[in-house]
Design a protein around this ligand. Structure first.
Ligand code: THU
Length: 144
């Protein structure tokens, strides 16, 4: 199994998260999010946030991306990228707590997380973090 992800894979992952964002179904918040994960075999799975008239049923882009991979038989992801519009007053948008918890199920705590802020003119800022930066003291599955 491939352990360390290449810079080329990370660039492709970022492009996938950026590209899928346009398909976000977010008529209530108008906040479009795209996310993508890469499996150890290099396969990329992308997802968007999907909202609902019953607001609480909304599912974030990050979980949709991971769950697409899981539905294809993948149980491990080497990295995740998430792309949002610029968030007022913040340098970048970050995954919610529920998505961070789900990431710990399928990702190493040292896995890279790319936080991408894309403005209306198409210019992007990319911040690279590790999963353990996002979720200290994680609740992990037995044996992890
Ligand atoms: N959202 C995501 O998809 N991912 C995040 O990282 C944070 C929030 C979505 C949920 C909802 O559709 C919209 O953004 C506003 O909260």
């Amino acid at each position: 199994m491939k352990k360390k992800i290449s810079e080329k894979d990370l660039r492709a992952l970022a492009e996938a998260a950026i590209a899928v964002k346009k398909n976000s179904y977010s008529p209530y918040s108008h906040f479009k999010v795209g996310a993508a994960v890469v499996a150890p075999d290099g396969q990329i799975y992308a997802g968007t946030n999907i909202e609902n008239a019953s607001y609480g049923l909304t599912v974030c882009a990050e979980r949709n991306a991971m769950f697409r991979g899981v539905c294809e038989g993948q149980h491990e992801f080497a990295a995740l990228a998430v792309c949002t519009d610029p968030v007022e007053g913040e340098a970048f948008g970050t995954p919610c707590g529920a998505c961070r918890q789900v990431m710990t199920e399928f990702m190493d705590l040292n896995a890279p997380i790319l936080l991408i802020s894309l403005n209306k003119k198409g210019s992007r800022k990319i911040y690279k973090k590790k999963l353990k930066d996002l979720i200290p003291f994680p609740f992990l599955k037995p044996g992890k």
